[in-house]
Design a protein around this ligand. Structure first.
Ligand code: FMN
Length: 216
């Protein structure tokens, strides 16, 4: 196969791809099994196949190796999570919120913070002059690609957003032009499931997509 000969995707592959999408989960409960370095590298290589505005490839990955930084991150998220719980509208919701596990930062074998470069040289500003935020959208595309590539290998990913992005950027000492998009926990899931955890915990069920479509 050459670079100009598109592959034909067979029905079996299409069915498997659909299964992959249905089994992609946000994971917060991890086994201690480490992720092999080669697998992690392969995941990031695959993430970088994502589309990006002007081909700017603005994604920047910070692999958090330091136990001290991991603890700081987990403490930070726990503190903001306590505030988020208190902001729930009534006592019942607050109590239920507090039973949810919303990150696996203390136990996930790998933590990757994903930033978006707000001023990448690559792309030469093409496509982002009127919608600068397309750089961040591009980085989100890479995260979703990473998410699927991980699940394909049996690796779970959990997106953590209960944090102050500027505080995390300072903590991780990244360049000033980088905006935090996500902190990701990666590892082998303890309870693989086809049903989202928030649905299993009766917090929020999936709703029919028909309710999300309008016509003009
Ligand atoms: C932008 C974004 C931010 C998220 N932040 C969190 C988070 O802070 N904590 C958490 O437990 N899950 C977080 N999630 C995961 C969602 O709760 C999850 O995707 C949703 O419940 C559907 O479940 P599923 O991903 O397993 O299908 C986030 C997901 C996205 C896309």
């Amino acid at each position: 196969m050459t670079a100009d000969t598109p592959p034909v995707f067979e029905a079996d592959f299409a069915a498997q791809f659909d299964t992959l999408l249905r089994w992609r989960r946000d994971v917060r409960h991890f086994l201690p099994t480490p992720i092999a370095d080669a697998d992690l590298r392969a995941l990031l290589e695959t993430a970088a196949l994502a589309p990006s505005v002007g081909n700017a490839q603005p994604w920047r990955f910070v692999r958090v190796r330091s136990a001290g930084l991991r603890k700081d991150l987990a403490d930070h998220v726990d503190a903001l999570n306590a505030h988020a719980a208190a902001e729930q509208p009534d006592n019942d919701r607050q109590a239920k919120y507090r039973t949810l596990k919303l990150h696996g930062l203390r136990e996930a074998p790998e933590i990757i913070a994903v930033f978006s470069d707000e001023a990448p040289i690559a792309g030469h500003t093409l496509g982002r002059t009127t919608m600068h935020e397309t750089l961040r959208y591009s980085t989100v595309m890479a995260i979703h690609t990473l998410w699927l590539a991980a699940r394909l290998r049996g690796i779970g990913l959990g997106w953590v957003s209960i944090l102050d992005p500027a505080a995390v950027a300072t903590m991780l000492d990244v360049p000033r032009d980088w905006t935090l998009i996500a902190v990701l926990c990666l590892g082998y899931p303890e309870h693989p499931s086809t049903i989202p955890e928030l649905e299993r915990r009766d917090w929020q069920h999936r709703e029919p997509v028909a309710d999300r479509i309008i016509e003009r």
